[in-house]
Write a protein that binds this ligand. Sequence first.
Ligand SMILES: [Zn+2]
Length: 250
Amino acid sequence: MCEDCFEKGDARAPGSDADEAGSRRLFLLLGLSVLAGCAKQTVLSPMPSPPWPARPPRSPDVQQETTAIPRPAPPPPTPDWRRKLLPRSAWAHGRPVPTRMNRMSSIRFITLHHDGMDPFFATDHATVAAHLEGIRRLHRRKGWGDIGYHFAVDRAGRVWEARPLNWQGAHVKDHNPGNIGIVVLGNFEQQQPSAAQLDGVRVNVSTLMRVYNIPLSRVHTHQEWGAPTACPGSTLQKALLRLRRNGWLG
Ligand SMILES: [Zn+2]
């Protein structure tokens, strides 16, 4: 397990089962128009509003297009993204626990991790799904509200939805607010990432950068936050540096 990941040192936020519906709706929104890994009771409450404000258009062209449309539509997803993104429902056997999580604040960062467990080479759907569920259960046993990461990338390059993006992640101690967590499945101190996996990471990161207007300077690996950790592992760190030099172009 990627060490030094924390659910919080942050205040708890109330939540509800309706948040699950909100998350699904958000994910559906991501899946359709965009590109879319800390238990306690749940209390029914009204549907939450989106956790981050619609970002303002930056270019004159976009401003012109959105004159008649109040909420600017994000850029269309790449075909690769839509084909490879798998919903949380494809693997998770339990719901996020809102009372154990904080709501996501305005998204500003992306951080990459490895799971750091035993080397993992499986590419079949069932085995990957079971692996993700194992990570979720491990994080739940820590008392966290859900798997700590927002996305996971498997060795076949598929991207899996993990913790819904309307909840703050639990993956970098003291730096979780506004920080999207992506876990690359495997232990990259002991194995190499596959080409397909790196391509999945590239598509995932470049799409999120575009959708949330995250600059290159705010895309980090776990160890780059100054944490005493080898995460995301030496081989993946090296590969990610190559992708970064290329601008994460997707
Ligand atoms: Zn990590």
